[in-house]
Design a binder for this molecule. Structure first.
Ligand code: SAH
Length: 353
């Protein structure tokens, strides 16, 4: 890509239109080109056959369409597909496709690495490398869609890959607006879930943005003493402050907040924790996603035994809280957050997908 070319992947439809008008072309050309890039997933002007050859030649030095590249792909026996995508500067991120009965969910990254250093998270061990641009975030989704058969379509997006989306809010917001454009990939906000470690002001900003996406909050503990240890961000925005921001999050009809809770053996998984959780969440329209911990030798904790997870769920259920246990997907392909990348740095198992 030449240094002066505009990267169409990260531009809103209105911006592509303005760009075309600036080049002396009619605005509708902008919409056409936006459709080519975002809906038809064209990666070069040559394939945009509804534009004249002359126009394509004129534009060729002015615009480009960026995309990450597939550095590595793995397919698990349960159909989960995990990708390591390479970026223009040599950094790598993870993106996952998770097929379910009636859905096909794409789990995408928003940062290279993460500054939050949660104790149970491999991405946290990497530290923060940099934010992704909107073009890179959109590019992840388009490239994932490219990996599918013609009849398959990504139905849901979860921002639960590498990084903390609310620490990269401007680029995340831009990417989501591009992805939700009816002339583009046309995702509906109600099928998008942003997951946060609990960034207080970010939740407020998201609420004010009117994006209308679902919010998931990684709570993971019921006392500040434990949460401080697991998630250093808690020292800045402790549980009470976080839940206050959650209570203020505007939820469209019948939708609920999600609280994620990774169960760590002997750390946050006691029946008392479950009872405290019930008290903490009282009055919040929510569901709870209990996540079995994906352990690796690099992380200090161990997963809770299944009986303890079941008991935890029962205590919540008895208090009429909806709690589901997330079935661990892609176990045979290191599908936990940050695992593939760590493996690659060590020269781990060869690609199988
Ligand atoms: N920063 C955001 C999104 C990335 S983490 C957030 O914290 O929500 C996405 C989810 O994966 C979080 O709920 C987190 O608690 C969970 N997670 C991270 N490492 C995990 C592991 N080793 N096993 C199970 N879940 C993990």
């Amino acid at each position: 890509m030449s240094g002066t070319a505009w990267d169409l992947t990260g531009l809103l439809q209105a911006e592509v239109e303005a760009l075309m008008v600036g080049l002396g072309l009619p605005g509708y050309r902008g919409r056409q080109i936006f459709q080519w890039v975002q809906a038809r997933r064209a990666t070069s002007l040559e394939t945009m056959t509804s534009l004249s050859r002359q126009l394509r030649a004129e534009l060729s030095s002015r615009v480009a369409v960026s995309r990450p590249v597939v550095a590595r792909a793995q397919r698990a026996t349960d159909g989960t597909r995990k990708f390591l995508f390479g970026l223009h500067d040599g950094e790598e991120i993870e993106s996952v496709l998770i097929p379910d009965e009636d859905r096909l969910t794409a789990c995408i990254s928003t940062q290279v690495g993460c500054p939050l250093a949660c104790r149970f998270c491999l991405t946290g061990l990497m530290g923060m490398r940099r934010n992704l641009t909107a073009a890179e975030i959109v590019g992840e989704v388009l490239l994932l869609q490219d990996q599918l058969e013609a009849a398959e379509r990504i139905s849901n997006l979860v921002l639960m890959g590498m990084g903390e989306p609310l620490l990269n809010f401007p680029q995340v917001e831009r990417a989501l607006r591009i992805l939700c454009d009816p002339h583009g990939a046309n995702f509906s906000a109600r099928r998008i879930t942003l997951s946060t470690a609990g960034h207080g002001p970010g939740i407020k900003k998201l609420a004010e943005s009117d994006l209308g996406v679902n919010l998931a909050v990684s709570l993971n503990a019921t006392t500040d003493a434990v949460r401080d240890q697991l998630m250093p961000i808690n020292k800045r925005w402790p549980i009470a402050v976080l839940l206050e921001a959650c209570r203020a999050y505007p939820l469209p009809d019948r939708r609920r907040l999600t609280f994620e809770y990774v169960l760590l053996d002997g750390v946050n998984d006691s029946p008392d924790d479950a009872k405290r959780l019930v008290r903490l969440l009282r009055g919040i329209h929510c569901k709870i996603n209990l996540i079995p911990f994906n352990a690796t030798p690099d992380l200090p904790d161990r997963p809770s035994p299944r009986e303890r997870i079941d008991l935890f769920q029962r205590v919540l259920g008895d208090a009429r809280l909806t709690a589901t246990i997330r079935e661990s997907r892609g176990r045979d392909i290191s599908a936990a957050c940050g695992m593939l990348r760590v493996e690659r740095e060590r020269g781990g198992p060869a690609p199988s997908g």
